[in-house]
Ligand binder design. Structure first.
Ligand SMILES: [Zn+2]
Length: 302
């Protein structure tokens, strides 16, 4: 959704210019005031200890849409972005790429650079056993000489003790903006990932508009929860629908509080707005980047 930022900011600039002319001069402070944006809590840096042997499954939000999951010593990342982003940030990343010792796999949900970070993944390629994504993103990875595998939606495979399934997404926004891309994007170019670990299930939704399949899945123990109020994401109301379709699932918030872009809805979610509308709001997890979170099965918590 990054390219939409430019369209949105251009429209916002034009709108501001029109507004500026209409505003009396005494009101000019209102024009220059930056819109409020919720920020992630202060980063908790981590090092190689997060990648070691373990008897548990621990998740760490990396900021943006990224996560590190260490499931009893199997280490994977989802949509890692740890360097080289092209917009101003509100966070420090919790680990430098050069300090990542080893990953059994990296999973990428789609090609946008807030999810598929070329600088991050190329820099990590020597310590990553294998990359997994959709067929389209795999083709981009192969161009970069990454050791990658492309999958269809619904494919199931294993990474050691973790079973993985690709879940559907609807995020082909490029087609709606003539000139944005010469390529016609397909829904299956983007995906989510379902992980069955020995300590519970995790659903990384990826960026997507809400589709009926999202509301009729087996209940996950945890959702890597994107609550962006963007028409090309779930919308805020759609995200709440997902949360409430699985009223016991832990909600590990992501895609918020990381990029300095108060006018751009995909990045400016505010966790405070969730507590009044989500069933069982105590399950909302506002993690700091890098903060460890130990996964538990729903039935053992509630
Ligand atoms: Zn995104």
């Amino acid at each position: 959704m990054k390219k939409l930022y430019f369209i949105t900011t251009t429209i916002a600039t034009i709108f501001t210019a029109i507004n500026t002319k209409a505003q009396p001069s005494s009101d000019s402070t209102k024009i220059t005031q930056k819109k409020y944006q919720a920020k992630a809590p202060k980063t908790q840096s981590f090092g190689t200890e997060a990648f070691g042997k373990s008897k548990k499954t621990t998740l760490r939000w990396l900021g943006m849409a990224g996560f590190l999951i260490n499931s009893r010593g199997t280490t994977i990342m989802v949509d890692p972005l740890l360097e080289g982003f092209d917009m101003p940030l509100l966070i420090d990343f919790p680990i430098l790429v050069k300090n990542v010792p080893h990953l059994n796999a990296v999973f990428v949900t789609h090609a946008d650079n807030d999810h598929f970070s070329v600088p991050t993944n190329v820099a990590m390629s020597k310590v990553v056993d294998v990359y997994h994504s959709t067929i389209y993103v795999d083709s981009l990875m192969k161009n970069l000489k990454l050791n990658s595998v492309g999958h269809d939606i619904g494919d199931i495979f294993k990474i050691k003790n973790i079973s993985v399934k690709l879940t559907p997404a609807d995020h082909a926004y490029q087609n709606a903006y003539p000139g944005m891309s010469t390529r016609w994007f397909k829904n299956e170019d983007a995906c989510g990932f379902w992980f069955d670990t020995p300590d519970g299930s995790i659903w990384a939704t990826g960026d997507s508009r809400l589709i009926p399949e999202h509301l009729t899945m087996k209940a996950p123990d945890a959702i890597l929860f994107d609550f962006s109020d963007s028409e090309w994401h779930f919308t805020f109301e759609g995200a709440v629908k997902i949360a409430n379709a699985y009223p016991d699932a832990l909600l590990l918030l992501c895609h918020w509080g990381s990029v300095d872009s108060p006018e751009f809805s995909p990045f400016n979610g505010d966790p405070k707005k969730l507590s009044d509308v989500v069933i069982n709001p105590q399950r909302i997890q506002v993690l700091a980047p890098g903060e460890p979170f130990v996964l538990k099965r729903i039935k053992t918590i509630w």
